[in-house]
Design a protein around this ligand. Structure first.
Ligand SMILES: [Zn+2]
Ligand SMILES: [Zn+2]
Length: 106
């Protein structure tokens, strides 16, 4: 029978699934590495993208454990791969404030 699969193929099949969401490896962004940057000490580190991060996140800016004094709600900012700040919920770039707020969209 040619349908017989080698143990390696079977294992590869098992490994190539995301353990977080079950999608085929590469079909999701659960394991994308993003940069975590502290706005105070400028320390950066590579971390695995968190499920709570908005889409398109490439950089998360948040106080590190040394700079976060607790008490205050830590300020977290998100940036995309182009370095544009993005909204924490939609992942859309936050466009700079328009110089003339009187412009009304149709
Ligand atoms: Zn996944
Ligand atoms: Zn810090």
């Amino acid at each position: 029978m040619s349908a017989r699969r080698s143990p390696i193929e079977v294992m590869a099949d098992r490994v190539m699934k995301c353990v977080r969401c079950g999608a085929p490896m590469g079909g999701c962004d659960c394991w994308v590495k993003i940069t975590l940057r502290c706005p105070k000490c400028k320390r950066t580190m590579q971390v695995t993208k968190d499920a709570t991060n908005p889409p398109n996140t490439a950089i998360v800016e948040a106080p590190c454990d040394k700079c976060d004094r607790g008490g205050d709600k830590p300020e977290t900012s998100y940036y995309n791969a182009k370095g544009q700040q993005i909204y924490g919920d939609t992942g859309e770039p936050i466009t700079p404030a328009r110089p003339s707020p009187s412009r009304v969209l149709p």
